[in-house]
Write a protein that binds this ligand. Structure first.
Ligand code: AR6
Length: 171
């Protein structure tokens, strides 16, 4: 059975899944947006664990515990800043999804939720980012590795974009 891919309008910090993904920065020391929300909800122990990780390259990923979150783990990945599309942004964003999915698989994570990586302050064009997210997660969902992959959308506009992408058979 392929893993169901699902878009939900929700605050990702409320989800009781094996792992939520954090749209981090390369310092892994917190920030605004979803990163700030995850650190606030997880509590200071998350920052303490992150301090020991020595940062993370754009497009790569590192895993921590979830502390006070309902999610057991957080997988942190710094997405690319949008510089106009000719700076390898698409490959880097695809790499965020691939490396987080690979790390999830290594850690026997079956249920995982994603925010729209790079779609806030990093300025990635929303439709292009959503197309990459759906393409990469759909590939993983074909395997037996995951039971559920959720796209946690902060607003109705983002939810509509994911639903449109998910309705297309091949993105
Ligand atoms: N749940 C789900 N989605 C959310 C939440 C939430 N609680 N909060 C925001 N979003 P952004 P980026 C959505 O800016 O563009 C941070 O300072 C938001 O509406 O959080 O990858 C980091 O430290 C948007 O659609 O991440 C980095 O410095 C999406 O999450 C930088 O921002 C991503 O927006 C990363 O920027």
């Amino acid at each position: 059975m392929p893993a169901p891919l699902q878009a939900l309008q929700t605050n990702i910090v409320t989800l009781k899944v094996d792992a939520i993904v954090n749209a981090a920065n390369t310092s892994l020391l917190g920030g605004g947006g979803v990163d700030g929300a995850i650190h606030r909800a997880a509590g200071p122990e998350l920052l303490a664990e992150c301090r020991a990780l020595n940062g993370c390259k754009t497009g790569q990923a590192k895993i921590t515990r979830g502390y006070k979150l309902p999610a057991r783990h957080v997988i942190h990945t710094p997405g690319p800043v949008w510089h106009g599309g000719h700076a390898g942004e698409a490959e880097l964003l695809a790499s965020c999804y691939r490396t987080t999915l690979a790390l999830a698989k290594e850690n026997s994570i079956k249920t995982i939720a994603y925010p729209a990586i790079s779609c806030g302050v990093y300025g990635y064009p929303l439709e292009q980012a959503v197309a990459i997210a759906v393409r990469e997660c759909r590939a993983a969902a074909q395997s037996e590795d995951f039971e559920k992959i959720i796209f946690a959308c902060f607003d109705a506009n983002m939810l509509a974009l994911y639903q449109a992408a998910l309705a297309k058979p091949n993105h």
